[in-house]
Design a protein around this ligand. Sequence first.
Ligand code: ARG
Length: 459
Amino acid sequence: MSHKLWGGRFSGETDPRMEAFNASIHFDQRLWRADIQASQAYAKALARAGILTPEEAETLVTGLEQVAQEWAQGRFVLQPGDEDIHTANERRLTELVGPVAGKLHTGRSRNDQVATDLRLWLREEIRTLRQELRGLIRTGVERAREEIDLLMPGYTHLQPAQPIRWSHWLLSHVWPWQRDAQRLDQLAERVNVLPLGSGALAGNPFPIDRRFLAQELGFQDVTPNSMDGVSDRDFVAEFLFWASLTMVHLSRLAEDLILYSTQEFGFVVLADAYSTGSSLMPQKKNPDSMELLRGKSGRTLGHLTGLLATLKGLPSTYNKDLQEDKEPLFDAVDTLARALPIAAGVLATLAVLPQGLAMALTPEMLATDLADYLVRKGVPFREAHHIAGKAVRMAEERGISLPELSLADLRQLHPAFDHDVDLVWDFEASVEQRDVEGGTSRRAVLAQIQALERWLEES
Ligand code: ARG
């Protein structure tokens, strides 16, 4: 007789290459704890349904606890026939408690089992990731509060555009992370639904109390349709989308910081702790931490598109293709678990160079303010924009900077210019004028900081 769980109807041997191809134990063993928890709950449910005596259920629960100990202590020894984590745990349980182990799988299928394990596992991972994300947000908010005095150039199209507060730039990265945290909370609710009791596809033939199972395992709800329950991997796809978008956000921070740490920008210096040197060029200090965040975002995105491609053409219910859900999910979880603390570390230890920021502020960035000045004198914006543009060209042609144009020069362009035009050439004033909600004035930035601090307290 074959040692396989499903060996009964088979007489021929499996090609060893097929055996290796089919096996998932080398990656799904990380589900061991979830698999045991779910089996313990299931043993109790079987007892409640009268399939097991209370003593038998107790034997299974205790035996499963022993298996868990072996995993926890690194003593679990895999055997050649251990196709996946479910077969491995059941095989070991049988060795420990004898034939009664054969009752555990009554009414259950690996189809509802694996879906349950994966949801249980992901739910716990999400808790950790959520904490890391919160830490990153906190770091960003703290810096934004401390360094609110600093001004810097803001860019569009990577061209110097208008002066902004450094904290405003920082927070422009923090808000997407806050949305990522909200998104994670929302998808966590959809992860936390129990498929166990769906059987292979048609439901459980024994009076298993699924609500009891859900309660035992901390699930909010049970899946409403057994066929959907065994094949639904939306929660994996959603998580991979979350992971991808979060990595895209980290990648954009990384890109800014890579640029800002170049000699040409000279705005920030990455801490040694998050930089590496060159094996050839002694002077180099490379922002590898940031480049890896940027690079790994591509990899995570690949997992999302890969999983969607796997799901796309599947017929109803469970198909073995679904075994391909785990490696991308595991890798995305690992990537985020590593990336979030790195991003937080970089952000916490980054040195900002106030001189560099100040030197990069050029009066041309106040050309909009010059137009706004005319608007305040009653000139229509379109005309004001045109005149400010002419002033920029005039200064450029004479090889001087905008504020060096005399009042007489400006009056040539428009009679509304007056002595108070001098007040335009002040970066702080420019920034303070943008005082609307969401703007870059001190008050508006402080309001953002307070809103995020309140959010941090509540979450
Ligand atoms: N290792 C399998 C997976 O990860 C478990 C489910 C197997 N189910 C089956 N009917 N062969 O998807």
